[in-house]
Unconditional design. Structure first.
Length: 234
């Protein structure tokens, strides 16, 4: 047995790979004793790291999360719609009431919600009506036409209309307008109040398909929806 003075044993006096865990005093190995980038996953006990152990600012963006709060992305919003071909109502005047613009990040669908009240300040002595519709500003395609005939020989007449339409869209910027029009034989002009227009985008159709079929144009006929295209996870 050899005797050494205090603080005289150095690394050269110790046989390589001979120090065991039992030779090290508990809780004495500190952060400066561990080399940088020397701890890997195999050295960490499973399930022991907590949120407090992670520097959040060092985390990168999740490239493609499969679920949000337990829901698959195509379970969060879907849309399906059907409608007849819009009637071509006669009109002798029309006005753009409201306009909204949105950017579709990918192929998908836009559901349009509109409302307005058409008002004749003077009495109609012959047939008169008001109409409300949506129009794609780029293509002039019309969707969701609604109409109301107003009573005759009444001092003031009005009707409230609320069209709804769902249309397929391509990736990019889209502007939709709410159009009010009128028809009568008394040379009257309808005034419009209480105007609202909302455009809601969703990337999924009724069955959860990721995108509408490429063959469906940006401004397809009203009432069309893309064929169901099953995606992974459906």
């Amino acid at each position: 047995m050899c005797a050494y003075a205090a603080n005289t044993v150095g690394s050269a006096d110790i046989i390589d790979n001979s120090i065991l865990s039992a030779d090290i005093k508990d809780a004495e190995v500190g952060v400066l004793d561990i080399a940088t980038n020397s701890i890997n996953s195999a050295r960490v006990i499973d399930g022991t790291l907590t949120g407090a152990d992670i520097l959040e600012s060092s985390l990168g963006k999740v490239p493609d999360a499969d679920t949000v709060d337990g829901f698959h992305a195509n379970q969060l919003g879907r849309v399906a719609s059907a409608s007849s071909t819009p009637l071509a109502y006669l009109d002798n005047g029309r006005s753009t009431l409201q306009s909204v613009t949105l950017v579709a990040p990918r192929q998908g669908f836009v559901t349009l919600f509109g409302s307005a009240t058409g008002d004749y300040a003077s009495a109609c002595t012959s047939f008169c009506s008001v109409h409300l519709r949506f129009r794609n500003a780029a293509s002039a395609t019309e969707h969701g036409v609604t109409s109301a005939a107003l009573p005759l020989n009444t001092a003031a007449t009005r009707a409230s209309l609320s069209p709804v339409a769902t249309v397929p869209v391509a990736v990019g910027t889209h502007t939709f307008e709410l159009i009010g029009s009128w028809f009568n034989n008394d040379s009257l002009t309808a005034a419009w109040t209480n105007q609202t227009l909302t455009a809601l985008y969703t990337p999924f159709n009724g069955s959860g398909a990721m995108t509408p079929a490429a063959a469906v144009p940006d401004d397809g006929p009203s009432g069309t929806t893309a064929p169901d295209v099953k995606s992974a996870g459906d």
